[in-house]
Design a protein around this ligand. Structure first.
Ligand SMILES: [Zn+2]
Ligand SMILES: [Zn+2]
Length: 538
């Protein structure tokens, strides 16, 4: 059968703060999936970018006396560096503040207007006469009608009441302090309510692939009833509206950021002379897969909003059926927050710790079905125990065996070990395809445990002196295990996997049993990992 086209969309990081481990745990399964499918020979396209627009970015720019572009470029640069150092194998990592993205979002907006799914509506709204603009929830200060507290207009800081449009009409502008006026405001709206039936069908078809959190959140959203959503806002930072009379408005971030999956694919295709619809349109002759990876705060944008936009184009889009939504990562049992200072910037962590080891943590302790936790003692124990003592040590004590002189002896592969290796490929594949990444890694580590057990049973340090044939068979078998770990570890620990393959002369990762030939000369192997000590904390 022809190879599959696999599109992997990873959530877009919002450009207003340092990227930390809490983000990475939601993204890492995407890279595992991408690397696995590449090893299987599929045409993978992994895309994402920096989400540049929205009020928190403009608010930060005002606070720091910078332009929004300066803010987003600073963070974009940081994110690109973090992903590179972590080995996130994006085929295209871009940003939403580009002319390319703007042009293609505008095309989509015009198409949806043409199809009758985006329409104009005039409604009363808060206008600040001094700032000479319409002001929105976070920019308005109101007295809470429920408890009387004075609060920002998105949600009452005292009683959590979510303000309605009516409540905001009697507020003050938080930018200049003036009383706001009520004026008619015209905006574009997306007719989400028209997609209830096809979205319910999409839900029924896709929920078999989803985790519980995605099924529950999506179901709840559908049951509450679908409401049309504003497409434009009074802003000066964002994608411009391709219509006259909209000069002081921009496209609302929810609709253009999620469309970034399409524009990033289009960008990559244009740069590489490919057809972007090969990944996104239905094709009877090929089984395509579309994955979406994100945190649980982003579920409905991927399970409802984005599919609705695709449907509204009336083009033959495949629906993104494989939504993989992570729970949250806590630090020392608490939610990551700036005020607690527990969301260490990822760049600092990469300066201090091995990238593969951090990747291993993200999967082994990934918040797949419930929130998970990071503490330094647990991270140290995992690094020293599983990575250094088991994985690293097995490779080191085989390849650097004194008296081996870096040449693979003539030996016979233990048949039980061969079966175990082949079984591991199948088990890991099955788990990755079901988005059970933690369990997939456990299967690889099971093979590492079996390898160490075999080594200890064979006692090569005795056989070396007493039974050369037994020694040769043992080393030969262990080297074949290592060669296959160079494939099996590729999705999880790509830097180590590459070092192994390079050392053993294996060209590229594949997803089947590989063997190294006798006589292969490999010289000295550099130790893969070093132990962490108690001093190694941030
Ligand atoms: Zn209140
Ligand atoms: Zn004002």
């Amino acid at each position: 059968m022809e190879n599959k086209n696999v599109l992997i969309g990873v959530a877009w990081t919002y450009a207003n703060s340092d990227i930390h481990l809490g983000h990475i745990v939601a993204y890492m399964p995407a890279d595992v999936t991408a690397r696995f499918h590449r090893a299987k020979g599929n045409n993978v396209l992994m895309v994402s970018g920096t989400d540049c627009h929205g009020t928190p970015t403009t608010e930060r720019a005002i606070r720091e006396n910078k332009t929004p572009r300066e803010i987003v470029e600073h963070y974009h640069k940081q994110y690109v560096e973090v992903f590179k150092r972590l080995g996130m194998s994006y085929d295209c990592y871009t940003m939403t503040a580009t002319e390319f993205h703007e042009k293609h979002v505008q095309e989509m907006i015009l198409k949806l207007i043409e199809n009758g799914y985006i329409y104009e509506k005039t409604e009363p709204a808060s206008f600040c006469p001094k700032c000479n603009k319409f002001v929105y929830d976070r920019e308005v200060e109101v007295v809470c009608p429920k408890c009387g507290a004075v609060s920002k207009g998105d949600q009452c800081g005292n009683c959590d009441y979510v303000f309605q449009t009516q409540d905001l009409l009697k507020g003050k502008c938080r930018i200049c302090g003036s009383q706001t006026e009520v004026r008619d405001n015209t905006n574009l709206y997306f007719a989400l309510s028209k997609f209830e039936k096809p979205l319910r069908e999409h839900f029924e078809r896709s929920k078999q692939y989803w985790r519980k959190n995605t099924v529950n959140e999506t179901y709840k959203f559908l049951e509450e009833g679908l409401h049309d959503r504003a497409v434009t806002r009074d802003l000066n930072w964002g994608v411009r509206v391709p219509l006259t009379n909209y000069d002081d408005k921009r496209i609302y971030v929810w609709i253009e950021a999620v469309w970034g999956y399409i524009t990033a694919t289009q960008l990559y295709a244009e740069q590489h002379g490919l057809d972007w619809t090969d990944w996104w349109y239905k094709n009877e002759n090929r089984e395509n897969l579309i994955y979406m990876f994100h945190g649980k705060d982003n579920i409905v944008f991927h399970s409802i909003i984005f599919p609705a936009l695709l449907m509204a184009t009336k083009e033959p889009y495949l629906m993104p059926e494989h939504c993989v939504s992570s729970e949250f990562l806590n630090v020392n049992g608490e939610k990551i927050s700036k005020s607690k200072g527990n969301g260490w910037p990822m760049l600092d962590m990469l300066d201090k710790f091995d990238a593969d080891s951090l990747r291993y943590f993200c999967i082994a302790n990934g918040p797949e079905k419930r929130d998970s936790n990071f503490t330094f003692p647990e991270y140290h124990a995992m690094h020293n125990g599983e990575i250094v003592n088991k994985f690293g040590n097995f490779i080191n004590r085989t390849l650097n065996y004194k008296g081996l002189d870096g040449v693979l002896p003539n030996g016979v592969l233990d048949s039980q070990i061969k079966e175990k290796i082949e079984g591991t490929y199948l088990k890991v594949e099955g788990c990755i395809l079901k988005n059970n990444f933690k369990e997939a890694l456990e299967h690889v580590m099971w093979l590492v445990d079996e390898a160490n057990k075999y080594y200890d049973e064979q006692q090569p340090w005795i056989a070396f002196k007493e039974d050369k044939e037994k020694f040769n068979n043992c080393i030969y078998t262990c080297v074949q295990i290592i060669a296959n770990l160079g494939n099996l570890m590729e999705p999880f620990m790509p830097f180590s996997a590459e070092k192994i393959r390079k050392y053993l002369g294996i060209e590229k990762p594949v997803w089947n049993f590989v063997a190294v030939e006798c006589g292969k000369n490999f010289g000295k192997f550099e130790v893969l990992f070093t132990r962490l000590t108690e001093k190694d904390v941030l």
